[in-house]
Design a protein around this ligand. Structure first.
Ligand code: CTP
Length: 466
């Protein structure tokens, strides 16, 4: 199918052509839609470049298409509206894209070529004309198609200028490289190294958004390593950056935690699209640098890194402006990531297994997924053995679950009953007694049933009466 045929799938585009002629302006589809067309990916967002007045054009075409709800961003000189299942965005051609200090766009009018030149990457400079004389023709000013074929990311002009115009493009470069598995030319890497501090003028939300898009790649390690190698990671997420590096003392080699983490993130990405589980994989060892000790005769230890890592999440979430409703989930996975492996031995008691089930709660499956991804040994025999270990733990979990129906675990005797039996008002004591009952169940002293819990309460009640 040729290009004209492909865009004929969108009959409303003819209206654009007619309107441009009437208004004596030029209109093009640009950016991601065209790029994705050549990558064989469907995109519902269209970006239109108007050589003329973008906002007025958008207004006029919205009327022609009988769409009333148009949104205009005056400061940005852009407009957008929805048409059927498509999102249409309009911008007038500009000479320069951004104001240096603020990332605010400059909206002085420019020509088609002036506009295209100030875009981020050659693969995003492709345009399709919607004008009568060359409708459907591809305009490939900077050899974007060749770069798509060669799978490389280049900037149309000196990347120092491209990134200086808008430093967020450093993150976009790594995101495209990671998502599309494209190589980045050295000039882009060098420019990223030099310009990384300028990311400070970019809103954190934008940076975090790109960071998570990197995490949603098939192999997020591509983007993670680019950020690490260029020093961008040390600017945006220093806690991850300091995980890099190896150390040798006597015969003890300290593994590079960053490289290990990259493998864990790639491993987990093969089995889940959930970016939060992927994020948990990224941060599960985050406190290893801080807890690292060299112990004579033993070697390197990272005692307490799970607890400290979980505690570090507060500041990480604040800095990256992550949604706070996810923090407990991430903390839980970090805190518990070493627990399953500690439960492998045959002499592990039911109560130890119960504790894991109760503490992990709904997150137990995700925790085991993380543990499995955490196996990065290159020795296939060891990998098989470790995986079998988790099988074993999960079998025990299954057994205990069936025994106890622990999933929705909570004391079978509720607070109001405790208050009645002890003849007390709502107070801290109610919680203390409830926990005592729960502990008795977890320890296996009594079964997880109402009658047994009630009898137990009757037995201990005098201890709490004054
Ligand atoms: N663009 C740019 N610099 C930016 C953002 C965007 O030059 N910082 C240009 C690029 O030409 C890009 C187009 O604006 O293709 C549209 O941007 P956007 O919609 O943000 O991204 P897409 O390239 O469409 O890709 P995606 O939707 O995957 O982000």
């Amino acid at each position: 199918m040729n290009l004209t045929e492909r865009i004929e799938k969108f009959p409303f585009l003819i209206e654009f052509s007619e309107l441009a002629k009437k208004r004596d302006e030029k209109v093009y589809i640009v950016g991601g839609f065209v790029r994705d067309l050549f990558l064989g990916r469907d995109k519902k967002e269209f970006d239109f470049l108007i050589v003329g007045d973008g906002v007025e054009f958008a207004n006029a075409i919205s009327k022609k298409l009988k769409q009333k709800k148009i949104v205009i961003y005056k400061t940005f000189g852009t407009a957008q509206f929805q048409y059927d299942e498509y999102f249409l965005e309009f911008v007038g051609a500009r000479e320069e894209s951004y104001d240096r200090a603020s990332r605010n766009p400059k909206i002085e009018r420019g020509s088609f070529l002036q506009d295209i030149k100030r875009r981020d990457f050659t693969i995003n400079t492709l345009a399709i004309s919607l004008n009568e004389n060359d409708f459907g023709e591809l305009i490939d000013t900077y050899k974007g198609i060749e770069d798509i074929e060669k799978k490389i990311l280049r900037t149309p002009i000196d990347p120092m200028i491209t990134f200086d115009d808008d430093p967020l493009r450093i993150m976009r470069a790594f995101r495209f490289a990671s998502n599309l598995e494209f190589d980045i030319v050295d000039e882009i890497k060098d420019a990223a190294i030099q310009m990384k501090e300028r990311l400070a003028i970019v809103a954190q939300e934008r940076i975090t958004d790109e960071f998570f898009k990197i995490l949603s790649s098939e192999r997020p390690s591509i983007g993670l390593r680019l950020m690490f190698d260029t020093g961008v990671m040390s600017v945006i997420f220093p806690e991850i950056s300091i995980m890099g590096g190896v150390e040798q003392r006597k015969d003890y080699h300290h593994k590079d935690v960053f490289q290990h983490t990259c493998i864990v993130v790639d491993n987990i990405s093969k089995v889940t699209d959930d970016v939060w589980l992927r994020f948990a994989a990224l941060v599960h060892d985050i406190a290893k640098p801080q807890t690292k000790r060299f112990v004579e005769g033993i070697g390197w230890t990272f005692h307490g890194h799970e607890e400290m890592g979980a505690r570090m999440m507060k500041s990480v979430f604040e800095k990256l402006k992550l949604p706070l409703h996810k923090i407990e989930y991430i903390k839980k996975l970090i805190r518990l990531h070493l627990r399953p492996i500690a439960l492998v031995d045959d002499d592990v008691t039911d109560s130890a297994i119960r504790r894991l089930v109760v503490q992990a709660g709904e997150e137990l499956d995700d925790l085991i997924t993380l543990c499995r991804a955490d196996i990065t040994s290159k020795n296939p025999n060891k990998v098989t053995k470790y995986l079998e270990n988790y099988e074993k733990v999960m079998n025990r979990v299954q057994e205990v679950r069936e025994k106890d129906k622990l999933r929705e675990f909570q004391s079978p005797v509720k607070g109001d009953e405790i208050m009645r039996v002890l003849d007390i008002k709502p107070s801290k004591l109610v919680g203390i007694v409830k926990t005592r009952i729960e502990e008795a169940i977890l320890e296996g002293d009594i079964p997880n049933e109402y009658d047994a819990a009630y009898d137990f309460l009757m037995k201990i009640k005098n201890e709490y009466k004054n």
